[in-house]
Design a protein around this ligand. Structure first.
Ligand SMILES: Cc1cc2nc3c(=O)[nH]c(=O)nc-3n(C[C@H](O)[C@H](O)[C@H](O)COP(=O)(O)OP(=O)(O)OC[C@H]3O[C@@H](n4cnc5c(N)ncnc54)[C@H](O)[C@@H]3O)c2cc1C
Length: 479
């Protein structure tokens, strides 16, 4: 284990992709579970809170802290049939490369896949453009090893409901909480296709099993440190075809509806203005055919004949939109690289002291309420005279919107608080969630109780069961 106390190195670990900077007292680079356990023990003995950290690409301030950082460096992978067992430090792009050998794929690729880790993806229940068809990380977690505060490490596995209550005390208490309150949990769950707010209580009991790993998926390092993840992987599709069309916010509902009829793997909104503002119009120029500010990317994939899919597209309502059709794998890949660059480029945008602030950057609503979400966001920004960007997972009605504000001053902070207050309330009324994939972090922790007024207490109890001394990532997710 490497223990870091050097000021310059700690400074380098004081930022993630969120708004706050926090310099840790110490950082542990641990490569095995026993080293993670030792690091947690040492931090606890010194009275320091523990923040697990992977690639540090988390957005809502969640992988930085003022105590001890634990960075799990194990980046091994071992494929066995439909399961791959990974070290949490494995970067998603490396996992993809490794899985090519078995013609397999973990079909969740966050745009940050070149630097985010398996540990971070599990902790955030991350998703990607193709989550429309394939779902989020939670769908693929089969088992976890987790190091807990107090020096324990245990295996989280799915168990038949009848057997689930017979384990140690921690497990028995968690099982009782989840099974006795199943009705309230189900009733309060957002009606969305993806969600990363609060603990994923509504996904733990399903199909006659108690799926323990799902309690830790999306827990943002607040319950323990994942030291190993066993994930289900699927066969890679034999073909992909990408349809690209210009659109506007006024036409979005119609165009998304037309593409949805094709049952796509991905249906993404691209904001061309991001590329114009940072002087990278060359990246979108090959795909842009009008002055409309937005584009839709719709991907179909499958086995067997690609021709049939192309015909399906040609004979559907989509035909009237006259999309550009890309079917060569290299062309499809190049177009996706443009989409995936959006946030990294957007973070360069400045207007004097103003930059693009997170807060309402990951709202998700039921898919049929996409138009309502667009009107909410544009209305909120325009009524305050704020410039903004808007892109994301249109098929899931999960939009990444950021206004340009001066986040360093009181005025900008006040504006963001108002925006969050008003947008979250409206999204909850629509049956949505304040975060579809980025998580709550410290940025939204103060709102989780308002999203889950009936079941927040269960989340607090779960936290108390696994982390009674509140050592793990305090201030993240649970206020
Ligand atoms: C440019 C950009 C694009 C992005 N695109 C997407 C996207 O398309 N989809 C998406 O879902 N997200 C996206 N994100 C958000 C982020 O990249 C993902 O949430 C990612 O999975 C985080 O992984 P990480 O390794 O960087 O985790 P970190 O940022 O290091 O940590 C994230 C959280 O996980 C916890 N954690 C990390 N490792 C462990 C562990 N071993 N055990 C327990 N907890 C742990 C941390 O404490 C923290 O709470 C994007 C971010 C950026 C900056």
């Amino acid at each position: 284990m490497r223990r870091v106390t050097d000021a310059a190195e700690l400074d380098g670990l004081s930022r993630d992709a969120g708004p706050a900077t926090m310099v840790p007292k110490v950082a542990y680079f641990a490569s095995t579970e026993s080293e993670v356990v030792a690091a947690i023990r040492e931090a606890e003995a010194a009275g320091l809170p523990v923040t697990p950290r992977g690639g540090g690409t988390g957005i809502p301030t969640q992988s930085v802290g003022r105590g001890a950082l634990v960075i799990q460096t194990d980046s091994t992978a071992a494929l066995s049939g439909e399961l791959v067992t990974c070290g949490p430090g494995l970067v998603k792009a490396d996992l993809n490369r490794y899985l090519v050998q078995g013609d397999r794929w973990l079909p969740v690729d966050p745009s940050s896949y070149a630097s985010c880790t398996v540990g971070g993806m599990v902790a955030n229940n991350s998703s990607g453009a193709r989550s429309l068809k394939y779902g989020s990380t939670i769908e693929y977690v089969s088992g976890l090893r987790v190091a807990l505060p107090g020096g324990d490490a245990f295996t989280a596995a799915a168990l038949p409901l009848g057997d689930a209550g017979s384990g140690d005390q921690k497990r028995q208490r968690a099982v009782a909480l989840l099974t006795e309150n199943q009705k309230a949990i189900a009733e309060e769950a957002p009606r969305v296709t993806k969600n990363s707010s609060g603990y994923r209580l509504e996904r733990v009991v399903h199909d006659g099993v108690l799926d323990f790993p799902r309690l830790f998926v999306g827990s943002e390092g607040t319950l323990g440190v994942t030291t190993q993840a066993t994930l289900r992987v699927v066969k890679r599709p034999s073909w992909r075809a990408l349809f690209v069309v210009d659109t506007s916010l006024a036409a979005l509902d119609h165009d998304v509806g037309a593409f949805r009829s094709l049952r796509p793997a991905a249906l993404e909104l691209v904001d061309k203005s991001v590329f114009r503002r940072v002087g990278r119009w060359d990246r979108v120029a090959p795909y842009s055919r009008s002055d409309d500010q937005y584009m839709l990317f719709c991907e179909l994939d499958g086995e067997g004949s690609q021709g049939e899919a192309m015909e399906r597209a040609g004979s559907s309502q989509v035909a009237g939109l006259e999309p550009m059709a890309l079917s060569d794998p290299a062309d499809v890949q190049s177009a996706w690289e443009v989409r995936n660059e959006t946030l990294s480029l957007a973070l360069e945008i400045r207007d004097g002291p103003r930059s693009l602030a997170p807060g309402v950057e990951d709202l998700v609503v039921p898919p049929d309420k996409l138009g309502e979400l667009v009107r909410l966001l544009t209305g909120q920004f325009e009524s305050r005279g704020l410039g903004y960007i808007l892109y994301g997972h249109a098929g899931d009605a999960n939009l990444h919107a950021r206004p340009l504000v001066d986040g360093s001053g009181q005025e900008g902070k006040g504006t963001m608080r108002e925006l969050m207050d008003e947008c979250f309330e409206r999204v909850w009324k629509m049956g949505g969630s304040m975060t579809g994939e980025h998580g709550d972090g410290m940025l939204r922790a103060g709102y989780v109780e308002r999203q889950y007024p009936r079941t927040y207490w269960i989340m607090k109890e779960i936290k108390a069961i696994f982390d009674p001394k509140m050592v793990m990532n305090p201030g993240v997710k649970l206020a």
